[in-house]
Design a protein around this ligand. Structure first.
Ligand SMILES: NC(=O)c1ccc[n+]([C@@H]2O[C@H](COP(=O)([O-])OP(=O)(O)OC[C@H]3O[C@@H](n4cnc5c(N)ncnc54)[C@H](OP(=O)(O)O)[C@@H]3O)[C@@H](O)[C@H]2O)c1
Length: 330
């Protein structure tokens, strides 16, 4: 049995590859000639197929002969053309190749970023059937492309084109990951945390090891086929709780300022005006983005818990400490 991982050299993909490798299955990784394979550890028993998600023939080569495909490859930075080519075009190419090759299962890595929270009340429960973002272009290229790619996947799922399932993780953190973001805030000049919205706003997180568990369970359990699941650690911390653990883990004692949403919306409005005057088009609609980022919602994880028996095993404290250690060592 051969399993293919796209996005194998990315943050989540590299953890998935290492775990699959450890279980003894034959792993094939789809990488670009420029990808950094050293993040995969021991590559001796890995099959490497070089190509690009924008190149259909290389995707076909990678998928052919595979039993299972984990599709995690996507653009996460760069100009719109990269998002369009890799995330949307790449997903189309993977779907087509997997259908032609008759793979046993395709697991698609989506994100909770695809949800539309604009009409949600505070503390609303977001279910897998909740609406997808209706203004993705107002958010970012990343969201715009993830929404478009997911629509392709959902269409294939509804039409029964092939056995597939979708996972929507929240913000993923863990060893080798980027410094965990505050979603709605930043660490100003390494001196003060500037956080948007209330101290009690919920921060949906999930540890990378728990995300990998979810990907592996998806393939082991037949009932996952045709399903979409949120992947979020239960007991979402508030911004205040997250900040406290973050400070301890990273050894940072800096003070924090919480800005009310109306103040940040006004600042965003001003910034938008300044950018226009300077002739520079802002990405998306900053007011909409901020309003979305400052929303406090919960994600329903009953589906993945009941169907797959998934449980988040890594506590926020342990996860942040492990990540801090990995940041110090790197
Ligand atoms: N990280 C999160 O918090 C999070 C949360 C929810 C969902 N997700 C989703 O999970 C997936 C993986 O995320 P990540 O954080 O691991 O991202 P990442 O670290 O940026 O990795 C992206 C991967 O995609 C590959 N890729 C990009 N463009 C490509 C192209 N044109 N052809 C072939 N490969 C290409 C990259 O290859 P190179 O190594 O060559 O650059 C890399 O391996 C994405 O689909 C993302 O939307 C992530």
């Amino acid at each position: 049995m051969t399993v293919l991982v796209t996005g194998a050299t990315g943050f989540i993909g590299s953890h998935l590859v290492r775990r699959l490798h450890a279980t003894g299955v034959q792993v094939r990784v789809f990488c670009r000639p420029t990808s950094n394979l050293s993040v995969l550890g021991d590559t001796r028993n890995l099959e490497v197929v070089y190509g690009d998600l924008t190149d259909q023939s290389s995707v076909v080569r990678a998928v052919n002969g595979c039993d299972t495909v984990y599709h995690l490859g996507a653009a996460t930075r760069g100009p719109w053309e990269d998002f369009q080519g890799a995330t949307i075009g790449g997903t189309r190419a993977v779907l087509e190749a997997a259908k032609q090759a008759g793979v046993r299962k395709l697991v698609y890595g989506s994100s909770t970023a695809v949800y539309d929270l604009s009409r949600c009340k505070s503390e609303a429960l977001i279910q897998e059937t909740s609406e997808m973002e209706h203004r993705p272009e107002a958010r970012s290229y990343y969201v715009q492309a993830k929404v478009a790619a997911e629509r392709l996947v959902l269409q294939a799922l509804e039409e029964g084109q092939l056995p597939l399932c979708v996972l929507r993780p929240a913000v993923v953190y863990g060893v080798w990951g980027p410094r965990p973001a505050f979603q709605a805030g930043f660490f100003l000049r390494n001196r003060v945390f500037v956080l948007l919205g209330s101290k009690n706003r919920l921060v949906p997180l999930v540890h990378v090891d728990d995300v990998v568990d979810a990907f592996l369970l998806e393939v082991q359990r037949d009932q996952a086929t045709g399903r979409v699941y949120n992947v979020v650690a239960p007991g979402c911390p508030t911004q205040k709780e997250y900040l406290r653990e973050y400070r301890v883990a990273m050894g940072i004692r800096a003070p924090a300022v919480f800005l009310p949403t109306f103040a940040t919306a006004s600042a965003a409005f001003l910034a938008q005006g300044v950018l226009r005057v300077m002739g520079r088009a802002p990405l998306g609609d900053p007011r909409y983005r901020l309003a979305r980022a400052a929303k406090s919602v919960r994600y329903d994880i009953a589906g993945i818990q009941q169907d797959l028996g998934w449980r988040a095993k890594v506590s926020m404290r342990d996860g942040l400490r492990q990540q801090a250690d990995s940041l110090i060592k790197s």
